[in-house]
Design a protein around this ligand. Structure first.
Ligand SMILES: C[S@@+](CC[C@H](N)C(=O)[O-])C[C@H]1O[C@@H](n2cnc3c(N)ncnc32)[C@H](O)[C@@H]1O
Length: 250
């Protein structure tokens, strides 16, 4: 058995990401966000997805008649997205950083989903991202995002190790939470077969939880009006929720 050392987040798991996330109800997420779009009276069907990953949501938006642009830092994740979108011959992909990006035109809807903002480990980075999003939105545009709460990282992930099997793919998720920084460090170990060889892939991830009041303050500082909901609902978010959904209006 060959074993690699800990790699950067999303460098080696990209080809396996969709299997690992096969339990996630992405169609339900997209349907919920479309409700927000309709309620916000946004007519232009154009989505810019920040940290789009392997493009699962981009693909679902295309099926709903939206044009899509995706941005991600990881080239390997974007490679998977590119293959997915190639069949439809639509969609634009950008290899970039959500803390520092600029678009040629402003967008009516920007999304950032599935923990991606938790990967920004300082308030300064989060604010940089919010400011770039603000600049990239059209007037009356919306920024829809989710975040894991501190409760989720501290009490759900905690200092626990989980074993999973997703569509036959075996993985080990080992977490350790630092209460001083509210950062969870996560080692993901995947056991895969490639070209007849058994491989062990390891990646190191870090996510930070932020108090909801700070998320609101930083979004306000970037210029937004903000509502935070319990994930996939329109109930106001609390610190006891595991995942929250933000709707920030320019
Ligand atoms: C948990 S994945 C979520 C992917 C996708 N949004 C989804 O819903 O499946 C987090 C993504 O954030 C990306 N990411 C992390 N930090 C980033 C940054 N500073 N700029 C752009 N992308 C980033 C990673 O490459 C990865 O694709």
């Amino acid at each position: 058995m060959k074993s690699d050392f800990y790699n950067l987040a999303f460098s080696t798991i990209a080809p396996y990401y969709d299997k690992l996330m096969s339990f996630v109800n992405y169609p339900g997420w997209v349907a919920y966000i479309e409700k927000i779009i309709v309620l916000s009276n946004i007519k232009e069907k154009l989505i810019f997805d920040l940290a789009c990953g392997t493009g699962v949501c981009l693909d679902l938006w295309l099926d709903r008649g939206y044009e899509v642009i995706g941005l991600d830092k990881s080239l390997n994740m974007l490679r998977v997205t590119k293959k997915k979108l190639a069949e439809k011959n639509r969609g634009l992909l950008i290899n970039g950083d959500m803390r520092n990006f600029k678009l040629a035109r402003q967008m009516p809807i920007i999304t950032c989903l599935y923990d991606s903002l938790n990967y920004l480990l300082t308030e300064a980075e989060l604010l940089h991202c919010y400011r770039r999003v603000y600049d990239a939105l059209s007037d009356d545009g919306i920024f829809v995002f989710d975040m894991n709460t501190i409760h989720s990282l501290r009490d759900e992930w905690g200092n626990n190790t989980f074993q999973r099997r997703d569509e036959g793919l075996f993985s080990i998720w080992s977490n350790s939470f630092d209460p001083n920084s509210d950062i969870s460090s996560l080692s993901i170990t995947l056991h895969v077969r490639r070209n007849g060889e058994e491989l062990v892939l390891r990646e190191h991830h870090q996510e930070r939880g932020y108090p909801l009041s700070r998320v609101e303050e930083l979004l306000n500082e970037a210029g937004f009006t903000i509502s935070l909901y319990r994930h996939l609902t329109f109930t106001p978010a609390t610190e006891n929720d595991l995942r929250i959904m933000g709707v920030a209006r320019k």
